[in-house]
Design a protein around this ligand. Structure first.
Ligand code: SF4
Length: 392
């Protein structure tokens, strides 16, 4: 069990290059470049900005063979500059592209909905003979599995709500079960070839659909004795506050269930802007703590100091203290009781006065609000919990 999230659905570890995914590893943060993959310079620069922001896997689209071949140039350029972050090739349609990409990238993403030729879809809509369709899929996947095994490349089976195959639609309809089954049948075929370096994802822009399908996937995996890591994301989430809230609800609901091993917050913004949002979602869900946690009340008529200014001031000085919980509360009536498991508390005590708490214990009384933030930093120092920002 993960120490940060005791409720995490236990998955197997899948190595993506040197950054393992699943098991007790931290929930990984990834993003995707939006430059032209043929433009090596722009793609490398963007990938570096993403990596510097904290991106742990860089996904790059390879729509055609030319882009796939250029992936090697991009990867080599990154490695020459000392960036070892694993690369994920995002394959749109063709098996041939996935086969080449899997010799270059540490992971390839394939979409079961459009990975196979139309003849397979036609065959499979022949519901009386589903075995034939699965055999055709197996034949189609077999060379890719062989290459991935030889190169130590993982595969993400990435189902998108918008691109379910005709066959799956005929069998299950446009439903969470159809999305889960689309992923599971590919996984069963991979297992029949003794290939287990798999990751699942089921994405949709409709978050209710995305949440229901992922819950069903985890349930069905559990029933089948499967334990593959799950990648979470809400597609077409948009930008700004709306995009972040939509992603936080979709991804956060599943993380709260203990589902999810890697996330991408898809925003219509520069990809490096996705990374802080991803870490905030992980921190709020309590699954990966990367910064200070602040607990603050909204204030009310009982507050007799400038709580908004105090909170801003405290955040600017202490937000690097990873793992520490600091409460900023408006009054002593309800503040101490509501700050629960905070390590330190900054609580309004009367007109312009502050009490400081260490855990639940009142340790400094009636400090003038103009001196209280510095007094709290001093208390954190004396208690041995302070770290200078430069040393992190
Ligand atoms: S802690 Fe006190 S000031 Fe803050 S909202 Fe509750 S009652 Fe109001």
């Amino acid at each position: 069990m993960s120490s940060e999230n005791p409720y995490r659905f236990q998955t197997r570890v899948v190595n993506i290059g040197h950054v393992p995914l699943g098991g007790d590893n931290p929930v990984r943060v990834q993003s995707m470049t939006n430059t032209d993959t043929l433009d090596t310079r722009s793609t490398v620069s963007q990938a570096i900005r993403m990596i510097e922001a904290g991106c742990e896997y860089v996904r790059i689209a390879v729509p055609y063979m030319k882009e796939t071949e250029n992936l090697r140039e991009i990867k080599n350029a990154l490695r020459r500059q000392g960036y070892k972050t694993p690369i994920i090739a995002d394959v749109h349609f063709k098996a041939e592209i996935a086969e080449v990409a899997s010799t270059i990238a540490e992971k390839v993403r394939i979409n079961p909905g459009n990975y196979l030729p139309k003849r397979v879809t036609r065959h499979a809509s022949h519901a009386n003979d589903p075995g034939v369709a699965l055999e055709l899929i197996s034949d189609r996947l077999s060379p890719l599995l062989k290459i991935c095994r030889e190169h130590g490349t993982a595969i993400r089976i990435g189902v998108n709500h918008g691109s379910l195959s005709e066959r799956i639609m005929n069998l299950y309809g446009d439903t969470p079960l159809g999305m889960a089954e689309s992923a599971l049948e590919f996984a069963r075929i991979c297992e029949s070839h003794s290939f287990h370096d798999l990751v699942f994802s089921i994405k949709a822009s409709n978050i209710r659909m995305m949440i229901a399908a992922n819950r069903l996937l985890a349930e069905k995996m559990h029933e089948a004795g499967m334990n593959y890591p799950i990648h979470l994301g809400v597609t077409e989430a948009g930008a700004g506050e709306d995009g972040r809230i939509k992603s936080a609800i979709g991804i956060g609901s599943l993380l709260a269930d203990g589902i999810g091993d890697t996330i991408r917050v898809s925003l219509t913004e520069d990809p490096e802007a996705e990374i802080p949002a991803a870490y905030s979602i992980l921190q709020s869900a309590g699954v990966r703590i990367t910064k200070t946690e602040f607990i603050a009340c909204p204030s009310c008529g009982r507050t007799q100091y400038n709580i908004q200014e105090a909170l801003k001031n405290i955040q600017s000085k202490t937000s690097h203290l990873k793992g520490l919980k600091i409460a900023v509360m408006g009054c002593v009536v309800n503040g101490p009781g509501e700050m629960a498991d905070a390590h330190y508390g900054f609580v309004g005590a009367g007109s312009g006065k502050i009490h400081l708490y260490k855990g639940q214990k009142l340790v400094r009384k009636n400090i003038d609000e103009s001196l209280a933030v510095e007094a709290m930093i001093e208390l954190i120092r004396e208690s041995g919990d302070w770290v200078d920002e430069a040393t992190i």
